[in-house]
Design a protein around this ligand. Structure first.
Ligand SMILES: *Cc1c(COP(=O)(O)O)cnc(C)c1O
Length: 382
């Protein structure tokens, strides 16, 4: 029994979690877990489901990993401190120094940079190649190639990967496939069910969905997730309990949000296609039918449009260098996500000053369309 104030302030009756049956999982905001004797501690190492230390495992992060795995149809999943941490853990679960990766040349900028600069310094080499022609990919396969890395829907031009073909190709060569499924979400595409061994998410985007958390998840084959999990533990890239809890809270409405956002995106894309001041509309129209397929629309305005006037004329739609929140936002790939590329490399990808990426939210479609049409009129001085 605590007798003195200094002791009493720390030690009282603790309300322990599990048997309380709270409707929502509590936030286990704790760095470590306690044991009453060595038998209990031994039990942890024998896999009794207890927790030890939050970097090694925490109920909130486990709940997130398991939830995304369930949605992807995968047997296991683990959360990480960001999308990039999840990608790093997934890649390192397969590839080590001296080995080789073949990646699509239109990967998300941060992933591209990680492979090209950081992993190269650790002796992991990556060849970037267009995945639109697998015979070109085939030319890059080496004796030390281990992993094929692509995205189900690419950024910002929304190329939809032929995952079945890519995965078939990888299996033919004895390679594993990692798919970044951030843009598509498991509502639209489930790469694991198509045969990919690993699937990663920037849960910062649609999984979380509310632009209030940075987190990531990697799901897939059980042995690979065990390895990825080990990387997260040993590299210290675990997600905090609170961030995991927020992500799980956001995830509960994924189906509702994604359906509304995809439908709005399709309606907006169709409207902008009819607009004479829009040069190009990028949207995967041929997928998903009337319901839409993903919530990003990328447009290239005509030369006549003053791009800054366009941004200024948008009122409640703000520039934000991210995507996937419930609010509609716009971003400018040239000055943000694709800034590090040379003008030639950007041009090769089809990105110039007139290109705007729209992350469509859950507002009413007509309000979104009206605002974009007004901003386009303002940008051409009409
Ligand atoms: C945002 C994003 C990432 C990186 O995720 P972070 O959570 O920012 O680390 C990776 N891939 C894709 C497709 C993304 O959109």
């Amino acid at each position: 029994m605590a007798r003195e104030f200094e002791t009493k302030v720390l030690h009282g009756d603790k309300i322990e979690g599990r048997e309380i049956a709270s409707k929502v999982t509590p936030i286990y905001q704790t760095s470590a877990f306690t044991f009453k004797d060595l038998d209990e501690l031994e039990g942890f190492y024998e896999g009794n489901g207890r927790y030890l230390y939050s970097r090694v495992g925490n109920p909130n992060t486990d709940e997130l990993g398991a939830a995304v795995a369930r949605l992807e149809g995968a047997p296991a999943g683990v959360a990480a401190s960001s999308g990039l941490s999840a990608i790093l853990a997934g890649v390192l679960a397969v590839v080590k120094s001296g080995e080789h990766i073949i990646a699509a040349d239109d990967l998300y900028g941060g992933s591209f940079h990680m492979l090209k600069e950081e992993l190269k310094d650790f002796g992991i080499e990556t060849t970037f190649v267009s995945f639109t022609d697998l015979s070109l990919v085939e030319k890059e396969v080496r004796a030390n190639t281990r992993l094929i890395y692509t995205e189900s829907i690419t950024n910002p031009l929304l190329r939809v990967e032929d995952l079945e073909a890519v995965i078939h190709f990888a299996k033919k060569h004895g390679l594993l496939t990692l798919v970044d499924n951030t843009f598509a979400t498991p509502l639209h595409v489930r790469p694991y069910e198509l045969g990919a061994e690993l699937v990663v998410h920037s849960a910062t985007k649609y999984i979380g969905g509310h632009s209030d958390v940075t987190s990531g998840v990697v799901v897939g084959r059980e042995d690979l997730i065990a390895r990825a999990s080990g990387k997260i533990v040993n590299l210290g890239s675990n997600l905090s309990p609170f961030e995991a809890w927020l992500t799980v809270r956001g995830l509960k409405t994924l189906a509702l949000r994604m359906k509304a956002q995809s439908s709005n995106a399709r309606k907006l894309a169709l409207a902008l296609k009819e607009n004479a001041d829009v040069e190009k509309v990028y949207h995967p129209f041929e997928h998903g039918g009337e319901d839409g397929f993903g919530a990003i629309v990328t447009v290239e305005l005509t030369e006549k449009a003053d791009i800054n006037d366009f941004f200024r004329a948008l009122s409640w739609i703000k520039i934000a260098p991210t995507l996937a929140g419930v609010e509609t936002t716009v971003s400018h790939p040239e000055v943000t996500s694709h800034r590090a590329l040379s003008p030639e490399a950007r041009a090769a990808l089809g990105i110039n000053r007139q290109v705007v990426r729209i992350s469509v939210g859950i507002e009413h479609a007509s309000d979104i369309i009206i605002q974009f049409e007004a901003a386009i009129r303002a940008s051409v001085g009409k």
